[in-house]
Design a protein around this ligand. Structure first.
Ligand code: HEC
Ligand code: HEC
Length: 423
């Protein structure tokens, strides 16, 4: 099958959504306070314009030919990885990355002092949390499964299903300031107090000063968000066994090698959506000319036989209410997928074995309960997801291959670690 048969929608250069649509969508972007919403509308407006320029503007080349050193920051990228795109307003630096590592893991950055970004995005689980769905600092349930933030610098859009969420600096405002659900619980009322807690730690003033040398008052929310974004951009994973095999420094077992071939075959179809160096199909980097943003319905649900997914996890439909966008989610990178269970946007598949059973069946048939319905027959399901004849050995081989994508260095390297954890 050719990838043009995918039912996935593609934004990209055509992302010149009418302003009215952009505004309405943007209003839901942060799911936060009215004030946050107004900010989101403004930011989304800028992003809509910016996307056209940044993603499609001239000058870019397809290859990584601009070197891997930016300021005092040296990217250590595997050969096949393109140079990441970094916004001019927030250049990479070692001081920003290190400050970001602290702030990302500092529970004092939440309203009640209980939760950091790193509480949900934990290094040993490739920056996920092992939960079915996330739980915020006040105990409020989040409807979605926590995503990995590894290689997030290369994602065209962020989060499970939001075509407008394109910048890490914007995304960070959701867990920090969002009210529905509450994640970190920073509000207008406690904002100044939370920042004062950070300023009171004797380590931070000099760290902020060296990370933002030109700023006379460096300890601010803006700079906090920039440093956290810089840390996340630096979380690049490309040292898995599979990468070592590509570089000729490791061998795959027979099962892993069979799984690799099956993964990239027209039989299993996996590679259509989980493709390229990052095993996903929304890739953006310094040389990107056209950043495509497909989303796909993989047939996890079919509640009413009309294609329904459970609220509030109906994919891109949740934002734009376009019927055919029901159940469409971003294909996640499969790097480190061996340590990021449970799976899917709602954590509804517990193991890789069950993921393979799901794909082999061409969707999920739920026979009882409120979500009953045969996902295999979901009318909005991608053409690329259909029944596959996978033997038990095929499934085991595919899983063995997926496990070669685990990058032990990323999971253990002190550069990416929580500085507050007892060692
Ligand atoms: C309560 C747990 C929790 C906390 C705390 C949290 N996150 Fe997340 N994170 C999530 C969940 C759940 C998602 C998926 C959200 C969605 O799709 O709506 C996510 C998604 C993301 C993504 C998108 C990744 C991708 O591949 O597109 C980024 C980036 C991110 N979080 C960064 C942060 C930062 C920065 C902080 C701290 C300011 C933070 N998170 C705090 C649970 C959490
Ligand atoms: C039509 C595009 C498409 C094809 C083909 C496809 N996937 Fe996916 N994959 C997705 C999307 C989209 C998701 C997220 C779906 C959701 O959460 O609702 C996903 C999720 C996954 C996950 C869970 C990852 C996580 O972090 O939760 C795994 C594992 C996975 N796919 C493996 C595979 C394998 C193996 C194949 C081949 C048998 C395959 N995929 C074929 C689009 C695709």
């Amino acid at each position: 099958m050719s990838s043009s048969k995918s039912s996935g929608r593609v934004f990209g250069c055509a992302t010149r959504l009418p302003v009215a649509v952009g505004g309405a969508v943007a209003k839901r972007l942060l799911r936060g306070s009215a004030r946050a919403c107004r900010a989101a509308v403004a930011v989304a407006g800028v992003l809509l314009l910016g996307l056209g320029l940044a993603a499609c503007g001239g000058g870019g080349t397809e290859t990584n030919d601009t070197g891997t050193v930016q300021g005092d920051w040296a990217w250590t990228l595997p050969a096949r990885f393109p140079l990441p795109r970094v916004p001019d307003a927030n250049p990479m630096s070692r001081a920003r990355f290190e400050l970001g590592r602290f702030l990302f893991n500092d529970v004092r950055l939440s309203g009640n002092g209980r939760q950091a970004c790193g509480s949900c995005h934990q290094q040993d689980k490739a920056f996920t949390d092992g939960r079915v769905t996330a739980v915020g600092s006040t105990g409020q349930a989040h409807p979605r499964n926590t995503q990995s933030v590894v290689n997030v610098v290369y994602n065209t859009t962020l989060t499970w299903a939001n075509p407008l969420m394109t910048e890490l600096e914007l995304q960070a405002r959701v867990p920090l300031f969002g009210e529905n659900p509450v994640e970190m619980g920073v509000t207008e009322a406690n904002k100044a107090e939370v920042l004062a807690r950070i300023a009171a730690d004797p380590r931070y003033p000099s760290m902020f000063a060296s990370a933002f040398a030109d700023d006379p008052a460096p300890i601010s929310w803006n700079n906090t968000i920039k440093a956290i974004a810089t840390f996340q951009r630096g979380l690049v994973s490309g040292a898995s066994k599979y990468d070592q095999w590509l570089a000729g420094t490791a061998l795959l077992t027979a099962s892993e090698a069979r799984g690799k071939d099956l993964f990239s075959s027209e039989k299993a179809e996996c590679f259509h959506c989980h493709t390229g160096f990052n095993f996903n199909d929304q890739v953006n980097h310094a040389g990107t000319r056209v950043a495509l943003t497909p989303f796909h319905n993989t047939g996890l649900y079919n509640i009413d036989g009309l294609g329904g997914f459970p609220f509030p996890n109906r994919g891109v439909f949740e934002l734009d209410l376009v019927p055919s966008h029901m159940g469409q989610f971003r294909a996640p990178s499969l790097r480190n997928v061996g340590v990021t269970a449970p799976y899917m946007h709602d954590g509804s598949i517990a193991t890789l074995e069950e993921v393979l059973d799901f794909y082999a069946a061409g969707g999920r048939n739920i026979t009882s309960g409120p979500h009953a319905g045969d996902g295999r027959l979901n009318p909005f399901k991608s053409d690329l997801v259909g029944r596959i004849n996978l033997s038990a050995q095929d499934k085991a081989d595919l899983i063995a291959f997926l496990r070669t994508l685990t990058d032990e260095d990323l999971l253990t390297n002190a550069r990416f670690s929580n500085p507050f954890a007892a060692r």
